[in-house]
Write a protein that binds this ligand. Structure first.
Ligand SMILES: Cc1cc2nc3c(=O)[nH]c(=O)nc-3n(C[C@H](O)[C@H](O)[C@H](O)COP(=O)(O)OP(=O)(O)OC[C@H]3O[C@@H](n4cnc5c(N)ncnc54)[C@H](O)[C@@H]3O)c2cc1C
Length: 387
């Protein structure tokens, strides 16, 4: 059954960090926005969730950070890099509205952003799956076809369809978004949640061939993860993630492993088998991609959410100008800011380094992050900040 067509300025497909932030910003610019997701509000997804400075900066500027803090998300003021037995602890430099980092559970972060989108006037619909696109006589995307949980089909017209629908983006597939670049390496990640871990701040542990870490998050829990290259995943983790997880953790971070063994695990382990990073064309006639739908990199450097929040704003600025040149600039800026992060991440994900080389790669990554934050600060769009 098809219901009558309704028109929006934009339909955003995917209501997590990339899509909800984009919908919020478009709505704040006065656009009529429909935000849809096939999933449910306030749920988890397959992702750890350490935010970097740029991500927290965006949340602060948009006025949503207080809601994240009010949800009991602990402040992170220190990051410790463990290169074998050597620990290098770096205190966060407060400034530019960022006094701490945060690692909210996705059930918190994505829900806060979706609620902020609704507050700004976006219409939210969960349990709706985009199955096809509408096109006008000139083949420009002019809307979307959605299916609800009961199988009802709905055609919705819009000036812009934004695919914020993740790695396997249906929007990217339906428009045939070209693949512009692909990473060479992909790591596997296994993670879970523990109570009773005493680690303060972010802890990233490295040994040749494997890494691990602890991320403090809501409800007094720590997200504890291990990351390994594909061969190690196949040998030790696939099919037996619990045994393999503890084996890798003992090897890379013995102190953390001892705490995990004595602490209490809350919920099951989650397994991400790995996927090579990519850049897809970011926009075309009547469509655009944001977040993982358009640009994905290995999770080893924990930067995907931060970049999705950055690109939500870049895209909202382009949509306001609504000209092909503005969308081309969106892609160019996304790629310019992302490429150094992408390259450093791919080199780290190769797992062919020794510890001094890894430290050099981390310096490279840090420079790319600083450049990203500097750009965000210099190009803030006051119109998009909290009302
Ligand atoms: C193991 C792992 C660990 C990670 N750790 C970190 C980290 O510590 N820090 C960090 O910054 N990043 C991390 N990332 C990356 C981060 O998860 C992503 O960059 C981020 O989720 C991208 O958000 P998004 O909104 O673009 O897409 P997603 O979070 O993938 O959301 C896409 C949404 O689209 C919806 N959707 C999909 N198809 C349709 C459809 N056809 N119709 C309607 N809805 C649809 C889905 O239901 C989903 O809700 C990690 C990733 C992985 C895999």
């Amino acid at each position: 059954m098809s219901s009558p067509t309704r028109r929006y300025d934009a339909i955003v497909v995917g209501a997590r960090c990339g899509g909800a932030a984009t919908a919020m910003l478009l709505s704040r610019q006065g656009m009529r926005v429909l935000l849809v997701d096939r999933g449910a509000h306030g749920t988890e997804t397959l992702s750890t969730h350490a935010l970097m400075r740029g991500g927290v900066l965006q949340l602060a500027r948009w006025g949503v950070l207080p809601r994240i803090v009010a949800a009991g998300t602990p402040a992170v003021r220190r990051t410790s890099f463990h290169y074998g037995a050597e620990e290098i602890a770096i205190a966060l430099r407060p400034g530019d509205g960022v006094d701490a980092l945060y690692a909210p559970r996705r059930s918190v972060l994505d829900a806060v952003l979706a609620d902020a989108a609704a507050d700004a006037g976006a219409e939210l619909r969960y349990g709706e799956t985009l199955v096809d696109l509408l096109r006008d006589d000139e083949a420009r995307v002019s809307g979307a076809i959605m299916l609800d949980a009961l199988g009802n089909r709905r055609e919705v017209a819009a000036g812009l369809v934004v695919g914020a629908d993740g790695i396997g983006s249906a929007v990217a597939r339906l428009v045939g978004a070209p693949l512009l670049r692909q990473a060479r390496h992909a790591t596997a990640t296994v993670f879970g949640y523990w109570s009773g871990i005493a680690a303060e701040g972010y802890h990233w542990h490295y040994e040749p061939g494997a890494s691990a870490g602890a991320i403090p998050t809501n409800a007094g829990l720590h997200c504890v993860f291990v990351s390994v290259p594909p061969e190690r995943y196949l040998a030790d983790l696939r099919g037996m993630p619990m045994d393999g997880f503890h084996k890798v953790l003992r090897e890379v971070a013995p102190g953390l492993a001892a705490q995990a063994a004595q602490g209490r695990r809350v919920g099951p382990l989650s397994v991400f088998a790995g996927r090579r990073g990519f850049f897809r064309r970011a926009a075309g006639p009547g469509w655009a991609l944001v977040g993982d739908a358009g640009y994905f990199k290995d999770p080893l450097t924990a930067h995907g959410i931060t970049d999705a929040l950055r690109d939500a704003e870049l895209l909202a600025q382009a949509a306001l100008r609504d000209m092909p040149a503005a969308f081309a600039e969106y892609e160019a800026r996304r790629d310019d800011l992302s490429l150094p992060l992408f390259e450093a991440t791919d080199a780290i994900a190769a797992f062919d380094w020794d510890l001094p080389r890894l430290q050099a790669l981390h310096k490279q990554l840090n420079e790319a992050m600083k450049r990203e934050v500097a750009w965000m600060l210099a190009h803030a769009a006051p119109a998009l900040e909290a009302a």
